[in-house]
Write a protein of this length. Structure first.
Length: 368
């Protein structure tokens, strides 16, 4: 059936396909596989040529590529997820010998009765399948059917189909390795962003921590300088918190810290505002605003909101409930201002304001 000429043109085509596959992307690989099975189908004058891939556990297989001669029906859609129980003879032979060569399906043994029925359903008289083996692993197989006519597969046919199988197996393996690399890269990225989130979150309250505040300060001061906008910082410290812990215990202290953090976060809802735990029982709020007055108004809202939490603090010399003191500072950073010294000035001034608020009786704001 195979003349010397079409023998040579098939070899040439295979060699061209292999060259394309060496540098191909995923979509091109699929095209090359489709072309390779079509070429083999035409070369042996077959009716159907196809690729099946096994599941990872090797207990089922699915038809992934199919070429059919004009006028014949395609079967790819009903050949999905076929299990080992359905075709035990075929699975066994393929797993053990990596091939399944049947010149006449009528000669199949009794053990292959399921296979015989399936071949009858598809009007297949002769069939050849060669395993796709890469790195000693059977990934699937490439096969060819003769429909309504018997055919004796020659050694040459088998040798050529084996070349096609090698080519497809190597492409599939390369694609799988590539996909694994992409999956690993995605997992690493996810793990990194989780680590990043953990490194910048306070473990107790869940709001950003001091490290996140430092990063945000750098970012915001640079932005304020660039855009000529103002920046305010508030330092908020719980009053007589040692007495609170001594009275109610450390766990209740933790609870109160969480409540205060949630409350501050809820009041500062603007995306440009930033709330962080600055340390122990101290919090910081960064407000991007052009007016000191607006920042002061926010500070008042925070003071009131904490009071309204009404967390009992019976041993506080200030009030019988939990209160905070707030120190604030506003600045319009000059375009030529040094970033590090601007940050120090913001913190130092807010800190002095806080010191003053404590000295002036607590539960109040001192804005500089
Ligand atoms: N429960 C709990 N307590 C904390 C935590 N971090 C810091 N503290 C406590 O906060 C208290 C702070 O006490 P001080 O610095 O003396 O200040 P204060 O009692 O709040 O008094 P003033 O700030 O002057 O009003 C200490 O007792 C710390 O143990 C924490 O994560 N959980």
């Amino acid at each position: 059936m195979c003349t010397h000429n079409n023998h040579r043109s098939f070899d040439q085509l295979l060699s061209q396909l292999s060259t394309r596959l060496i540098n191909s992307e995923s979509a091109e690989t699929q095209d090359c596989i489709a072309e390779a099975i079509a070429a083999f189908g035409s070369y042996v004058d077959a009716d159907r040529c196809y690729v099946f891939e096994f599941s990872d556990t090797m207990t089922s297989m699915s038809n992934t590529h199919e070429w059919v001669r004009d006028g014949l029906s395609a079967h790819i859609d009903d050949l999905q997820g076929i299990t080992e129980e359905e075709l035990p003879y075929f699975f066994n032979l393929m797993k053990n010998t990596f091939r399944f060569i049947v010149h006449d399906v009528r000669t199949l043994p009794e053990a292959a009765r399921n296979e015989k029925l399936e071949f009858e359903r598809e009007d297949i008289c002769s069939v050849v399948c060669i395993g796709l083996v890469a790195n000693q692993k059977l990934l699937g197989f490439v096969g060819c059917d003769m429909v309504h006519k018997r055919y004796h597969w020659t050694d040459d046919d088998v040798r050529h189909l084996s070349l096609v199988a090698d080519m497809i197996a190597n492409s599939l393996e390369r694609q799988r390795t590539y996909q694994q690399l992409i999956d690993t890269q995605r997992q690493l990225k996810e793990a990194n962003s989780k680590l990043q989130a953990l490194a910048t979150r306070d473990g107790l309250t869940g709001i950003p921590n001091r490290r996140a505040l430092d990063e945000k300060l750098l970012e915001e001061v640079r932005r304020a300088k660039r855009q000529g906008t103002g920046l305010a910082i508030l330092l908020i410290d719980i009053d007589h918190f040692k007495a609170f812990n001594d009275t109610y215990g450390h766990l209740k202290g933790d609870e109160a810290l969480k409540q205060v953090a949630t409350c501050l976060d809820a009041v500062m809802q603007r995306s440009t505002d930033f709330v962080a735990r600055y340390g122990g029982e101290e919090f910081a709020v960064l407000i991007s605003t052009d007016s000191a007055w607006q920042a002061l108004r926010k500070a008042n809202e925070l003071l009131d909101a904490i009071e309204q939490l009404s967390i009992e603090h019976k041993n506080s010399p200030t009030e019988p409930y939990l209160t905070v003191s707030i120190g604030g500072y506003f600045e319009l950073p000059q375009p030529d201002a040094e970033v590090a010294s601007t940050i120090s000035r913001l913190i130092d001034n807010a800190d002095q304001g806080l010191y003053q608020a404590k000295a002036d009786g607590r539960n109040c704001i001192r804005f500089r």
